[in-house]
Design a protein around this ligand. Structure first.
Ligand code: NAD
Ligand code: TYD
Length: 350
């Protein structure tokens, strides 16, 4: 592939995808389009920003005119669409923002691809990156497969589900060559400290309370972010048009069990007394409509494309903790400004 557009490339997962593409495919021009919301940070990409095949475009996917001009000017071979509002708690406070970015933003990109790519779209690919949360919430048994019926239950997952439907509709109606993947919870370096793992790492460093929602019994299936980026690369290269692939870590953890492990790792790394961080655990009011359990069956991706996660969870968690401890300036930068307001609204008023 000669020229690819990655949206949301300054965010958590997007920055890992951009890095992988820029380094692995030096002959491919990688365009990173990002409006740099609170979650987007070019400091995530300092190691590759001077590479000759990397280009940054500060642009909003909601800006229809600019998006159309961009597609008119550049004949992208593929779009990897990751730009989104991604945090469930923020979607509960402000659903409209999620409808704008996640639904309308996606449709803008689909329209641009549909209108400016030459038909019959030979060699083109529109790759939409989605989440397992579109499938709803599991009980104690079962796994999400690609055929599980959609049942989104938060404004975030409803907006992602809607965007997935539009992507499929553009495939069926206009023949746009699309592919979708739905991934479980990611963790790793560069994740904004509003999500569970980096928030708790940051709070432990600062000896602040660790706000566990409800009883801490909700279950998530965790995948190291670089494993997700490798799966995205594989699906981009080898996935079939019109298909959906589930990506997951075969790695389910009850929140409270994960938090205990994280506390142990943090005590060890910070040279604190064993048990110190656990004293910070504070049970708080549950999230509204809190999905009980997510778990992915990634069998199709393994069988058809040979993908498997590479890291064991404890190894991945240690790597993640090391990254945050070695990048305190990054953490301080992203937690100044707007983050303080968010934190106050979300936790201190609870
Ligand atoms: P993130 O919030 O860290 O990053 C989102 C990026 O999108 C940011 O750089 C932000 O500036 C950019 N962005 C937001 N609105 C924009 C707009 N209107 N125009 C241009 N850029 C805009 O998100 P993430 O966790 O990296 O998630 C990336 C994608 O992967 C999302 O689509 C998300 O739904 C999906 N996903 C995330 C997870 C997860 O665990 N984080 C799991 C599965 C799927
Ligand atoms: P999160 O990282 O927000 O991801 P998602 O809700 O998309 O799965 O949350 C992961 C789990 O951790 C989820 O069950 C909610 C819980 N959680 C807390 O208990 N406390 C917190 O402060 C946060 C942010 C999440």
């Amino acid at each position: 592939m000669k020229k690819i557009l990655i949206t949301g490339g300054a965010g958590f997962i997007g920055s890992h995808v951009v890095r992988l593409m820029v380094n692995k495919y030096p002959q491919t021009q990688v365009y990173n389009l990002d409006s740099l919301t609170y979650a987007g940070n070019l400091a995530n990409l300092t190691d590759i920003e001077l590479k000759p095949n990397y280009f940054f475009l500060k642009m909003d996917i909601l800006d229809q005119e600019k998006i159309n001009s961009l597609f008119e000017e550049h004949h992208f071979d593929a779009v990897l669409h990751l730009a989104a509002e991604s945090h469930v708690d923020r979607s509960i406070t402000n659903p409209l923002e999620f409808i704008h970015t996640n639904i309308l933003g996606t449709v803008n990109l689909l329209n641009a691809a549909r209108n400016f790519w030459n038909k019959p779209y030979e060699g083109k690919r529109f790759y939409h990156i989605s989440t397992d949360e579109v499938y709803g919430s599991l009980g104690s048994e079962g796994l999400f497969t690609e055929t599980t019926a959609y049942d989104p239950r938060s404004p975030y997952s409803a907006s992602k589900a809607s965007s997935d439907h539009f992507v499929r509709a553009y495939h069926h109606t206009y023949g746009l060559p699309v592919v979708i993947s739905n991934c479980s919870n990611n963790y790793g370096p560069n994740q904004f400290p509003e999500k569970l793992i980096p928030l708790f790492i940051n709070n432990i460093i600062q000896m602040k309370p660790l706000p566990v929602y409800g009883k801490g019994e909700n279950v998530r299936d965790w995948l190291y972010v670089e494993d997700h980026a490798h799966a995205i690369d594989l699906i981009l290269q080898k996935g079939k048009n019109g298909e959906t692939y589930n990506i997951g870590g075969h790695n389910e953890w009850k929140n409270i069990d994960l938090i205990h492990i994280l506390c142990k790792i943090m005590d060890k790394k910070l040279g604190r007394e064993p048990g110190h961080s656990e004293t910070l655990i504070t049970y708080v009011k549950d999230r509204a409509g809190h999905d009980l359990r997510y778990a992915i069956d990634a069998g199709k991706l393994q069988r058809e494309l040979g993908w498997e996660p590479s890291l064991q969870f404890e190894e991945g968690l240690e790597k993640t903790v090391d990254w945050y401890l070695n990048n305190k300036a990054w953490l301080e930068q992203v937690t100044s400004g707007e983050y303080q307001n968010f934190y106050h609204q979300q936790y201190e008023k609870r």
